[in-house]
Ligand binder design. Structure first.
Ligand code: ATP
Length: 286
């Protein structure tokens, strides 16, 4: 028996870090939303109990370091599942890009194994298990749009933002999330206005959303990688209504309501960036 699951990427419309915790993690206050750039996973039942990972990607591990493998192992252990699984992962989301690709693969694995292993768990239960695998996994289990606090695992639903085009561009550098958080100076960095973004989304105010985009981690990644600022400037000069770096970067996204503008952005960015995607927001939860 084989089950196919989609693992969509996320972007942060606003990302603030409010403090450092005694456990080494940071407290965040952010809004995440899902976009239709997705990895594809095929989960096949193995009677023998083994977890096998097949990612076929140079930068993605095929062992217990893979977040999809980790998710399967946590679920198997928690419910003492006898069967195993072979996870075939087709990567489309850029790796180490600030798009939560690994977290989304873990979340899709949890949703798929819930069916394959006939566990009958709710999405809320799967999200709680996902928090053991990574802070962004609970959001990826639920999908849609949400406010995330604490380490990122405490979620509050938001309505989907008004439909628009999202142009993603990833410069050919990888950014380590841990390094970026490690270098963040909470005293000097400018904090974005998270409540303003939440109001704009609730009010379906596209202009307000574009004006409210903000990410405190830009204060670390932009000086480290000038090409990220160059992409932001280029997108703005092409008429994008809103522009921001996602997560710890280096991916930058542009929001626009106009299809022709999205394609103009795509064509312009392809000139100096290998990985460029034109996608839509995914409004609904899983
Ligand atoms: P985030 O936005 O949550 O910080 P990211 O998009 O920056 O995540 P990922 O693509 O999730 O980063 O992966 C970061 C690292 O995790 C990679 O360098 C890779 O070695 C490892 N990794 C583990 N599992 C996966 C997976 N399923 N897909 C991609 N990378 C994975």
């Amino acid at each position: 028996m084989t089950i196919t699951v989609k693992a969509p990427a996320k972007i942060n419309l606003v990302l603030d870090v409010t403090g450092k915790r005694p456990d080494g993690y940071h407290d965040v206050h952010m809004v995440m939303t899902t976009v239709d750039l997705s990895d594809r996973l095929e989960l096949s039942l193995l009677e023998g109990g083994e977890i096998r990972m097949n990612a076929q990607h140079a930068y993605v591990p095929n062992d217990e370091r893979n977040l999809a493998y980790k998710a399967a192992a946590v679920l198997k252990e928690r419910f003492q599942v006898k069967e195993g699984v072979e996870i075939f992962l087709e990567k489309h989301i850029p790796v180490a890009a600030g798009l939560a690709g690994g977290s989304s693969d873990a979340a899709a694995t949890l949703r798929g194994l819930n069916e394959l292993w006939k566990l009958g768990l709710s999405l809320e239960e799967l999200a709680e298990i996902g928090a053991e695998v990574g802070s962004d996994v609970p959001f990826c289990v639920m999908g849609g749009t949400a406010i995330a606090t604490s380490r990122g695992e405490v979620l509050e639903d938001l309505p989907a933002p008004p439909p628009c085009w999202v142009v993603l561009a990833k410069p050919s550098i990888g950014v380590s999330t841990a390094d970026v958080y490690g270098a963040l100076d909470l005293k000097t960095a400018q904090h974005p206005d998270v409540p303003k973004m939440i109001e704009a989304i609730k009010g379906q105010d596209f202009k307000g959303i574009c004006e409210g985009l903000g990410n405190i981690l830009e204060s670390v990644t932009l000086p480290m990688h000038p090409e990220v600022q160059q992409i932001k400037d280029f997108m703005a000069s092409c008429g994008a209504e809103g522009v921001l770096m996602s997560g710890s970067g280096p991916t930058v996204f542009a929001l626009t309501e106009h299809e022709n503008r999205a394609h103009r952005l795509y064509n312009g960015l392809r000139g100096f960036c290998n990985e460029v995607y034109v996608v839509r927001l995914i409004g609904e939860k899983h």
